[in-house]
Structure formats: C-alpha cells, structure tokens
Ligand binder design. Structure first.
Ligand SMILES: *Cc1c(COP(=O)(O)O)cnc(C)c1O
Length: 411
C-alpha cells in the first residue's frame, strides 16, 4: 500500500508493480495462454500460486488494473469482470445457496433487481427494504440471512443508504456486507470505511469514465473472516481465511462462468482511472451548481440531489462523502412542460442512457429504463412522467446551466 495520495498512487501503480521495459503503462497483453519453462511452476499456478495460465482467469494487463482498484478501495485484492453485472452475478451466484436469505435495497439498480428475480428462481430468498432506515434493515433479519447488499447512492432516486449503520450491524451479526460503490466511487469514499466485506464497482462508469469500455470489479476489503461461511467450497479453504471468498469468486465466477474482462478494455479503463479524482471533483462541483440553479427554477417541480439541503439524507451524505455528493440527479419538470419537447431543445446535454461519462447525459426514466414496469408500479415508486435522470459530466459549468436555461425558456 502506497503512502501517497489517491491520484499519485494510481498514476505510478504500473511502474511500481513492474511494467516491462520501464513502460509507463502496463502493456496490452493479448496472449490467451501463458507458457512455463518449469513444469513444477505450471502445476503450482494451477494449484493456487499467483500467476497466469489461461486468460479466462486474467492477464497481466487485467491484473495491473485490479491492482489499481485494490489501492483505490484500500482492499487486499480485486477480481475484474467483463461488466459490472458480470461482477455482481459472480458474487451472488458463488456465495449464496438455495435457502439463503439476502437483504437488499428497494431502490436498487434495475438490472440488479432483475438479477434478483433469477436468484429467487434458484431458491435464494430476498427481502428489499428501505436502506436509509436501519430499523427496516434489522427487521428483515432471519436465521438464514447471509448477506446484506446495497448501493452507496441509488440510481435514479439518489437515496443515500445508511452505509455505516449497515456495516456496523453486519459486523455485529456476522453477515457479509456487499456494497455497490459505482455511484459514489472509491474516490468519494472507499467501501472499507463503511466496514464492507466486498465492494463492487462498475468500471464502465466513473472509474473508466469515457464511455469507451465496459468492466466490473469485486474488491476484497479483508475485513470478513470467511472461515465460518458455509458456502466456501473445500478447495478454497486454504491460506488466510480473509481471502477465501475472493478465490472462490475468481474460480467459480470467472473461470467457470467466464465473464472475463479483456486486456484491451482493461488498458482503456486503466488510462481513464488516472483522472478519476479530477473528473469526480469537477463533475460533483458542476452537479451541485446545476442542482442549486434548477431547484429554484419555476419550471422545475423538484430536484433530487444529495448535495441539496432539501435532500432527506443530506447530512449523512455530507459526512460520508466528505463534502462531495456525486454527479447523478433526478429532475422532475413542472407538469406543464412537455418532456419530449424539452429534451429535443437541449444542445449540450446528450440524450443517452449510461452514467459516469465525461459528457452530461439525460434520460426520461418513465419512458425508458422504467417503462417495462408499467404506470402503476411507477406511481408507487414515485416516478413521474416528467422525471429526468441526469448524469453530470465535466463540461464547463456555465454551458450546462445555460443549456438547461435555454431549453426551459423554450418550453
Ligand atoms: C451501471 C451499473 C451497474 C452495472 O454495471 P455495467 O458495467 O453496466 O454492467 C451496476 N450497479 C450500478 C449502480 C450501476 O450504475
């Protein structure tokens, strides 16, 4: 672990861990297999020694990226995946068994919610609760409860879960605590500070940051002792019990399920990761300025952003994320504004799904990501037809405010 700051550590990571020929970036290794001069060494790598054999379990290039994510999260190891969803599927499928109970958030990312349907069909029981309310979390506990899973900031509602309360409670109960840190990122706060056992990051979002590569990662914080966790298979109960789950996630989730990150994507994500801190500072500052401007605009019904004093978890978010509040917001336009006409008037904002790009992206959620669930469920969830999800980028602040101003004026 480096004693340097966040950005210095990431910038110098490849050199520090040894890039070939003094290269500044870990080279892009495209080989799908790795040969050995010594047959005993080959056997040792198959038996668990660190090394490379077949690229489905990683390459030197993906390992260099994993090293960076481990340092960002201040953990003890990381396994990378082709996407964030592959990473999440690997955690749930390899650590939960039929009859196990999982407590999660009712504000969870839509695709994760859909993955929960698959898990339920396989016999895992799932209870979705309000993650901002520790009493609701505790009430969901059963003797079969094995794991608590939540997101640092919810998308698109921007609810901030009681991350520390959950961590402390999981510690007390001996539960595995898995945190999806995609929206806050380890720059705003690493999961280990909330006592998370495992931290998932979608590398497709802020960490890669340029919408040019997909990836996901699971980081082991080293805080959980897996020796009493029944779902760890015998071959992985070797060495330091703090590492057992990540070994199982790598063997079963990566080797057996095959959702492997390519070296090419890892290389692009690594370059993006160098500027995570700079981009987050700028995007968070832009988001706060825009949220304040829009909150008092007569054509805006409401703005959900943890940086606003009106946000129900504002004080907690301020303490958790050290004065930055992320770069995602929900904006509900006044019912008199035609949402489609408004969107078509925008000149700088891009009409696209995705989040965490350098560019600001906007989506009418009821008509897109929440369309499938129908109007009744949307009404129950408080999703208005005029609700926009905006992922703020790093453009110049005046251009973002100016674009909203002109599009609201025109409609
Ligand atoms: C995007 C996202 C994911 C999935 O990541 P992909 O890399 O797109 O598969 C998971 N969780 C959250 C909170 C996300 O925003």
């Amino acid at each position: 672990m480096s004693n340097y700051g966040f950005t210095t550590t990431i910038l110098h990571s490849d050199r520090r861990f040894g890039a070939e020929h003094g290269a500044i970036h870990k080279p892009l290794h495209t080989s799908s297999q790795y040969a050995f001069d010594d047959s005993r060494e080959l056997a040792a790598v198959f038996q668990g020694k660190a090394g490379f054999s077949y690229a489905r379990q990683g390459t030197p290039t993906t390992a260099a990226l994993e090293q960076k994510i481990t340092q960002m999260e201040r953990g003890i190891g990381t396994v990378s995946f082709a996407t964030g969803m592959a990473a999440l599927a690997a955690v749930f499928m390899t650590l939960l068994r039929k009859g196990d109970h999982l407590i999660s958030s009712k504000y969870i990312f839509g695709n994760t919610n859909s993955l929960f349907g698959t898990l339920t069909a396989l016999g895992v029981d799932i209870t979705l609760v309000d993650p901002t309310d520790m009493e609701a979390v505790k009430t969901a506990w059963r003797p079969e409860t094995r794991m608590v899973f939540t997101e640092s900031i919810a998308n698109p509602g921007t609810q901030v879960a009681d991350l520390k309360g959950m961590g402390e409670w999981c510690l007390e109960k001996g539960l595995v605590y898995v945190l999806d840190n995609t929206l806050a990122t380890p720059y705003l706060r690493p999961g280990i500070d909330f006592h998370a056992s495992l931290v998932m990051n979608s590398l497709s979002k802020y960490i890669g940051g340029h919408a040019n590569a997909l990836g996901g990662a699971i980081t082991n914080t080293g805080l959980y002792d897996w020796s009493a966790y029944e779902a760890i298979a015998e071959p992985y109960r070797k060495g330091d019990p703090r590492t057992w789950a990540l070994t199982q996630i790598k063997k079963k989730g990566l080797r057996d399920m095959g959702g492997t990150l390519s070296s090419d994507a890892a290389h692009r994500i690594s370059a993006g990761a160098e500027t995570l801190a700079l981009r987050m500072e700028k995007a968070c500052a832009n988001a706060l300025a825009l949220a304040k401007y829009l909150e008092s605009h007569p054509k805006v019904a409401s703005v959900s952003y943890p940086g606003l004093a009106s946000h129900p978890q504002h004080a907690m978010a301020k303490a958790y994320f050290q004065g930055r509040f992320g770069a995602l917001m929900g904006i509900e336009l006044d019912p008199s504004v035609d949402v489609f006409a408004f969107l078509n008037s925008l000149k700088v904002l891009i009409l696209a799904t995705h989040l965490g790009d350098t560019r600001t992206l906007v989506l009418p959620v009821a008509h897109t990501i929440y369309y499938e669930m129908g109007p009744e469920t949307r009404a129950l969830m408080g999703i208005a037809d005029n609700l926009l999800r905006v992922s703020i980028g790093i453009e110049d602040e005046a251009d973002l405010i100016g674009d909203f101003a002109q599009a609201l004026d025109a409609n």
